[in-house]
Ligand binder design. Structure first.
Ligand SMILES: *Cc1c(COP(=O)(O)O)cnc(C)c1O
Length: 361
């Protein structure tokens, strides 16, 4: 069996150790004679799995006690609607930054629910940077302030956490959660689909400061109400049990890797290696302002786009796959989340240099 280095933006690679452990436990979880997939979500076995996963995540991210951690379904895309439904119920306006494709989508969904002010929109510079910290100000009467710390498609990552003052700070961390240490207490809500840095698709994490639950209106459908979901410990209905279990295995794995601080060091080194090859050549280019470059998603173009197909085909012969850029931006994109081994970067870098040598005119 040969495992590929898969640079997909999501669903993405998972740690081999975790896949093997899940395989070992697939038919019979710890002598119960059952697969985790077959267990009641309310039985003591699954409850212990769920609680351990939450405890490990709290430990990894140093989540303060006054935050709830929800293990939901529906993806980050559902949160684009649930955030305004729950937090802007008293017809207050919400403030957003538009810095790439995902924040643009978040705004489009929020506008269906509440009034939105877009404080900055970097589409005029083709989403090639994160706005400077002092280039916008956030008035204190907004219901919340939303931004996307890492724009997965454009490869733009904020090098700072915005200071939103007394306005609750909401972040779509789908493609950056657990990739480095952050101070959770700066945020009111953090949400993330699992399929990039957490585990299998089908699970969505929402980390929410408890005082915000008071805003959730009783009129909301129960499944869309953060307070109902929090009060039910994410078990108002049947949760995505297997994905929850699998995420728990990933959390244990992360702890063994030195936690998020250890991951952060590795991720930075991995990203720098790749950007160096791009910057050292006239053949490859990355359009993002250097200080705002993502550690997780590295888009790059070839000097001549007619070589894209050959690049992808030859990369595949080296076990390097899913490097095609998003259809909206073209070129290439290497997504290098926590589970992408250093060897994957080294092989990609060698291949890129080789391809450049062969094709430089
Ligand atoms: C992938 C992604 C999404 C969409 O996630 P789903 O779980 O598919 O809904 C939203 N925001 C960001 C930043 C993403 O990377």
């Amino acid at each position: 069996m040969s495992r590929l280095f898969n640079f997909s933006a999501g669903p993405a690679m998972l740690p081999i150790d975790v896949l093997e452990q899940a395989q070992k436990e697939l038919l019979d979880w710890q002598g119960t004679g059952m697969s985790v997939m077959e267990m009641s979500h309310r039985g003591k076995e699954f409850m212990s799995i769920a609680q351990q996963a939450e405890a490990d995540l709290r430990d990894l991210m140093a989540i303060p006690d006054n935050y709830k951690v929800l293990f939901l379904q529906g993806g980050a895309s559902s949160q684009f609607s649930l955030i305004p439904m729950n937090l802007a119920s008293n017809s207050q306006k919400a403030a957003y930054l538009v810095t790439g494709s995902w924040s643009k989508k978040a705004v489009a969904e929020a506008k269906k629910i509440c009034a939105v002010d877009v404080l900055v929109d970097t589409s005029d510079v083709e989403f090639s940077l994160a706005p400077d910290e002092n280039s916008y100000s956030i008035a204190d009467d907004y219901a919340y302030f939303h931004y996307t710390p890492n724009e997965t498609i454009q490869g733009v990552e904020f090098p700072y956490v915005p200071d939103s003052g007394s306005v609750p700070l909401v972040a779509d961390m789908s493609s950056t959660i657990l990739s480095r240490a952050i101070d959770v207490s700066r945020f009111a809500v953090i949400y993330a689909g699992a399929q990039k840095n957490i585990g299998p698709a089908g699970l969505t994490l929402v980390i929410i400061r408890e005082d915000l639950l008071a805003r959730c209106s009783d009129k909301l459908p129960s499944m869309f109400n953060y307070k109902v979901l929090a009060d039910a410990e994410s078990m108002y209905n049947t949760p995505s049990t297997y994905a929850w279990y699998f995420a728990g295995l990933v959390f244990m794995w992360l702890k063994k890797q030195g936690g998020v601080a250890g991951m952060g060091k590795r991720n930075q080194a991995k990203a720098e290696k790749l950007y160096k090859v791009i910057d050292d050549s006239d053949f490859y280019a990355n359009p993002v302002r250097v200080c705002d470059r993502s550690w997780m998603n590295v888009p790059f173009t070839l000097a001549d786009a007619s070589m894209d197909v050959a690049f992808l085909e030859q990369a595949k012969t080296k076990n390097l796959v899913t490097l095609k850029g998003h259809r909206s931006v073209g070129g290439m994109r290497a997504s290098i989340y926590n589970a992408m081994p250093e060897q994957g970067i080294d092989d990609l870098v060698s291949f890129m240099q080789e391809f450049e040598q062969q094709n430089l005119k």
